[in-house]
Write a protein that binds this ligand. Structure first.
Ligand code: SF4
Length: 268
């Protein structure tokens, strides 16, 4: 019989999904990740795509952040119960994690509405997740023809099409958003992407200004303001269209919890 150590006791106390879920970061409170709400964000690691402007490149690999435990996140959510209006799952691509549904169920059991950021890379898993969530932020990347080149993944356009249609058909509140940089998408390509979203049935569309924080590809020019002409062309396509200067789902540096589970600890 093996010896019993603190780590084995902890492992016995954790449910199997809690041991397997690939936690990659946690933001205790943000007003950006679920627009209009004060929310906490749980980041999961793993993404099959490689967008050049990815703001969370360290979350692309499927690996666990060993310093972040599920029970610490639960403690932080309970500590913020009076102010938090929801919990968002982000990434990486959160639907890449087979434990996502169990984690959403656990957060729901605590009484919080749940939001989801997704790129639509896993439509089959998304179909099972949609009935569990209250809001979806859908990250569109390009028009159909340009998709695979931008994500670096063959077949991504077809997956996005299937996922987007599922989101719209589900009736779950959602927004489509597109991050624009002139070296990644031309203005015409961005308008094509907006037409793609309109064709899929999107009603609310957000143009997000590129920000350099955390970006993997340092070759991109830092300054990429949204041209007024592009904004005007996109606004013509949607009754509900917003321009956003902040990046949703940006994993922070203050993403570790102390031993009490309630306060972020600076990694630096
Ligand atoms: S931007 Fe999103 S979909 Fe693209 S590589 Fe980063 S995490 Fe993946």
């Amino acid at each position: 019989m093996g010896s019993v150590t603190p780590s084995t006791i902890l492992a016995r106390e954790l449910l199997p999904w809690q041991q397997r879920i690939l936690l990659g970061g946690f933001t205790p409170c943000t007003t950006i990740d679920w627009p209009g709400r004060c929310a906490a964000t749980i980041f999961l690691s793993g993404c099959p795509w490689r967008c050049p402007y990815c703001h969370n490149p360290r979350l692309q690999q499927r690996q666990r952040d060993g310093l972040l435990a599920w029970d610490s996140i639960v403690a932080a959510l309970q500590a913020g119960r009076d102010t938090l209006e929801g919990v968002v799952f982000s990434g990486g691509e959160p639907t890449a994690d087979s434990q996502l549904a169990a984690a959403i169920g656990a957060v729901k059991a605590l009484g919080f509405p749940v939001g989801l950021h997704t790129s639509g890379a896993y439509p089959e898993r998304l179909a099972k997740i949609l009935p569990l969530v209250d809001w979806v932020g859908f990250d569109l990347k390009a028009d159909y023809a340009s998709y695979d080149a931008l994500t670096g993944a063959r077949g991504s356009a077809a997956r996005v099409t299937q996922s987007a249609r599922q989101i719209i058909a589900s009736g779950v509140a959602h927004e489509f958003r597109l991050t624009w940089h002139h070296e990644v998408l031309s203005e015409d390509a961005a308008v094509l992407a907006a037409h793609f979203a309109q064709h899929l049935g999107a009603r609310r569309f957000v143009l997000q200004e590129y920000r350099t924080e955390g970006v993997a590809d340092s070759q991109l020019a830092e300054h990429a303001p949204l041209p007024a002409r592009l904004v005007a062309r996109v606004r013509q396509l949607f009754a509900d269209c917003e321009v956003r200067g902040e990046i949703c789902g940006l994993v922070g540096e203050l993403d570790k919890l102390d031993s009490e589970g309630a306060n972020p600890v600076d990694k630096g």
